[in-house]
Ligand binder design. Sequence first.
Ligand code: 13P
Length: 253
Amino acid sequence: MARKLFIAGNWKMNKTASEAAADVKRLVELLSGVGDKARVAVCPPFTALDRISSVARSAGMELGAQNLSDKASGAYTGEVSAQMLLDLGVTQVIVGHSERRQFYGENDSIVSKKAIFALASGLCPIVCVGETLEEREAGSTEKVLRTQISGSLDGISAEDMLRTTIAYEPVWAIGTGKTATPQQAQDAHAFIRSLLSAKYGETCAQKVIIQYGGSVKASNSKELMAMPDIDGALVGGASLDPAGFADLVKNAL
Ligand code: 13P
């Protein structure tokens, strides 16, 4: 079953709206023509979404947010709702990134609430999972992934799972320059797919896009994306420079 490569740039808390606008314009030029072979998304901070929306989308690039509220609207100071994102042309939203889990106390139950809310609103969630270094060294990677997949996807139907992307991001590989080897990443992806198969059936599991994230760059995207269960990437640092990100995408094709 062919799954179309899906590479998303997670800009995290970087770039003003003006910087984002200039960089997306450049990225669109550099990536013209890759649209048939891969899906590409950019996930800027909330403050840049409006400024880059039409340029990105008219070039076939998908627009993603990095977070959303699990509430529809109301007195929730500082939160951003699904409807606000949809209104700006956002289609993808990252939920449960390890930085949100680590620094903002998000747990599997909050992640599943956000993912369900996103899906019900018409957004496609990118649900992040991944073990820490201590967990890997203790031999508990599979246990952690089993808990996170079960908790973070709790209440999501098989039909909605087809609109959901999983990002496997081993915490020890994020922003450290330490990439999982293609085999380590493949093993985790195959394990995640087996969990999806047990929960949703093999037909559904074979259709779900599973991205790898953690120090992906232009020099390693090809070998990672060549693995059978790695269907794309969620890229942090290396997505900030348009030329580097464009090379990363092209090398992966
Ligand atoms: P880096 O690519 O900077 O390691 O970050 C990965 C990540 O967290 C993407 O969401």
